[in-house]
Design a protein around this ligand. Sequence first.
Ligand SMILES: O=C(CO)COP(=O)(O)O
Length: 263
Amino acid sequence: MARTPLIAGNWKLNLDHLEATHTVQKLAWLLRDAKHDFADVEVAVLASFTSIRSVQTLVDADQLEIKYGAQDISQHASGAYTGEVAGSQLAKLGVSYVAVGHSERREYHGETDEVVAAKAAAAFESGIVPIVCVGEGLDVRKEGRQVEYTLAQLDGSLAGLPADKAKDVVIAYEPVWAIGTGEVATPADAQEVCAAIRGRLAELYDAELADGVRVLYGGSVKSGSIAQLMAETDVDGGLVGGASLDPEEFAKIARFRAHQVGL
Ligand SMILES: O=C(CO)COP(=O)(O)O
């Protein structure tokens, strides 16, 4: 099955709503100039909650094909959960994607696999596709247990998710040691774990479902490394942090096919 690559920018805690709209506007101009085919490579940005409404207004007004999303979602639908944002609230803002289980949330907010699974379910409940993040830390990598560790995290993070939802999920393999360090995984390292993730999806569900799920790589992705990563069979896109804040650089990453030639 042909999987449409997804290049998603995770802005993390950066950009106010004015900066966010400028960034999307510039990205849209650059991609328009390059005659980017969004059906060929999907492009999305994951913004702070405070920016989503402004991004929506811009995307709607200019009929942009850039998709947008959130970086977190509440596992609860409503009620006494101060500070939380529900899937239904995000859905009202036209959100397509939401990152769940990013390593920064797991580490700084104590999110367990159980919470991540509940958040993924909450996203689907509101018609939003969760980008479920998994990946090992440096200690685990040094012990050579990256596949075992990441698959255990995947099992927990998808627990209870039925096949009719799982077929649409996006998985992001983000080794923690590669995030924000400038140390991108080698294409072979990314392929090893992304292929193992697909293999596990085949075991948890079936081979056809696994074949259709997009598995992204994230961790210090830049325009100079994306084409080699995307050349790997099981890498279907990138979850881009720092480099997504610069529209020129992010547009180049989205245009990876233009520099895939001659690999
Ligand atoms: O965490 C990431 C995306 O979710 C990766 O961040 P960097 O691209 O800045 O390493």
